[in-house]
Design a protein around this ligand. Structure first.
Ligand SMILES: Nc1ncnc2c1ncn2[C@@H]1O[C@H](COP(=O)(O)OP(=O)(O)OP(=O)(O)O)[C@@H](O)[C@H]1O
Ligand SMILES: [Mg+2]
Length: 384
């Protein structure tokens, strides 16, 4: 007990085994409290991520089904585990009023800081322990600065207060080596490799799509004519002072994505973009337009014109990772006639301070990202 840290954090790479080990330690802690009828917090972004990331593995470890009651809680070794959703700014309110004998926070950087702090203040039961797993993010993230950077600090009693363990992908020796190799090869260079493979808390630096190679990934008209496209995706980014853009991406049978056409212009009204979209539809066929949702009146106008228009999934980092992953795997190409694309791909850069891209030279690239990422991660309404 003296050696056990009050707060134990497993941070690092994806698929490294962090959640699995925290799950085991958490079960051990709850078992030590057997029969105390104590409340224990299990926090995650939402109920479905708690189920997917934690409860499914916990069922395997326990060898029994876990069924949540209406309060999203379940009994465990004579105690009660309460599953709390922590992603939103008001999530902390649900954690009020508890006295908790421990907690497990899954994917802590996906939780709202206020929720995390509220949960910590709930753990006042004598001997309460805290277990956290997380992927790395911006190095200024409070999970890093408030907890991980204080690893090794002790309480007045001499007990270790916080202990953080760092994981890389290579720490999980239960994974098939070929699988590990394929993850390494398909993860974009730079920030994504640093975070996802090596578990480092770093922001991106330099250009965003650094694996794009003009000598390999730009195609001539002849090279494009030699490919057979089974379908097309259209992406739309609205702009007036900035460039507006409509892009056409052909998808081959082998899952290659080729930017075959861009229409990029400044100072054009919506009528211009309707005409452009109709000309694209006439040339390539009736496929959905994945559009920036920031201008609902433009989305409505497209729909009124009979253009099938879907609000794009705009998750920036995941979308960039999806496009950059295709570039890394030689699954994304662009026609060499796409002049604005060529300009943007060499200029689009990370803001090293915020961890987000600089919002410049991003118009055609945003349209490309909306099309590819939304096609892979469609909004719920489209799935039905
Ligand atoms: N010690 C172990 N024994 C058996 N299986 C393990 C062990 N550690 C991890 N695994 C398995 O490896 C896979 C990845 O582990 P886990 O989900 O814990 O990774 P993670 O670091 O939480 O990843 P992510 O960041 O993607 O959530 C899971 O299928 C898990 O069951
Ligand atoms: Mg995990």
């Amino acid at each position: 007990m003296q050696r056990d840290p009050k707060i134990l954090i497993c941070a690092g790479a994806k698929r490294a085994g962090k959640t699995y080990i925290v799950n085991l330690l958490f079960l051990q802690h709850v078992a030590e409290l057997a029969g105390r009828r104590a409340k224990i917090i299990l926090g995650g972004a939402n109920q479905s991520s708690i189920r997917r990331n934690v409860l499914d593995d916990m069922e395997q470890l326990l060898g029994r089904r876990i069924k949540l009651d209406r309060q999203n809680s379940f009994p465990l070794f004579g105690n009660r585990v309460v599953c709390l959703e922590g992603a939103n700014s008001d999530a902390w309110k649900k954690a009020r009023g508890f006295t908790a004998a421990g907690m497990f926070l899954n994917e802590a950087t996906a939780l709202h800081d206020r929720f995390v702090k509220e949960c910590f203040s709930r753990c006042s039961y004598p001997g309460a322990r805290v277990f956290i797993d997380t992927n790395p993010e911006n190095p200024m993230h409070p999970i890093k600065t408030d907890y991980i950077d204080k690893s090794g600090s002790c309480l007045h009693s001499g007990r270790v207060n916080i202990k953080a363990f760092h994981f890389t992908l290579f720490d999980n020796d239960t994974l098939d080596p070929d699988y590990v190799d394929s993850i390494v090869q398909s993860t974009p260079s730079g920030m994504f490799t640093d975070r996802d493979i090596y578990g480092r808390w770093v922001n991106g630096e330099g250009v965003v799509y650094r694996d794009f190679d003009f000598s390999r990934h730009l195609l001539s008209a002849g090279q494009i004519a030699g490919r057979r496209f089974v379908r097309y995706l259209y992406g739309v980014d609205w702009g007036y002072e900035h460039f507006g853009a409509i892009v056409v991406i052909g998808v081959t049978e082998d899952g290659e994505y080729v930017l075959v056409r861009e229409i990029a212009a400044q100072h054009q009204e919506i009528d211009y973009w309707v005409r452009a979209a109709k000309s694209v539809q006439a040339a390539y066929g009736d496929y959905p337009f994945y559009a920036d949702s920031a201008r609902p009146e433009h989305v409505d106008r497209f729909r009124r014109e009979g253009l099938r228009t879907i609000n794009a999934n705009k998750a920036v980092l995941s979308g960039i990772e999806a496009v950059a992953g295709k570039i890394k795997q030689d699954k994304f190409y662009a026609a060499d006639c796409c002049g604005r694309f060529r300009e943007e791909i060499t200029q689009y850069a990370w803001n090293e301070r915020t961890g987000e891209p600089v919002k410049l030279y991003d118009d055609v690239l945003d349209a490309v990202r909306y099309a590819i990422y939304t096609d892979e991660n469609p909004p719920f309404a489209v799935l039905r």
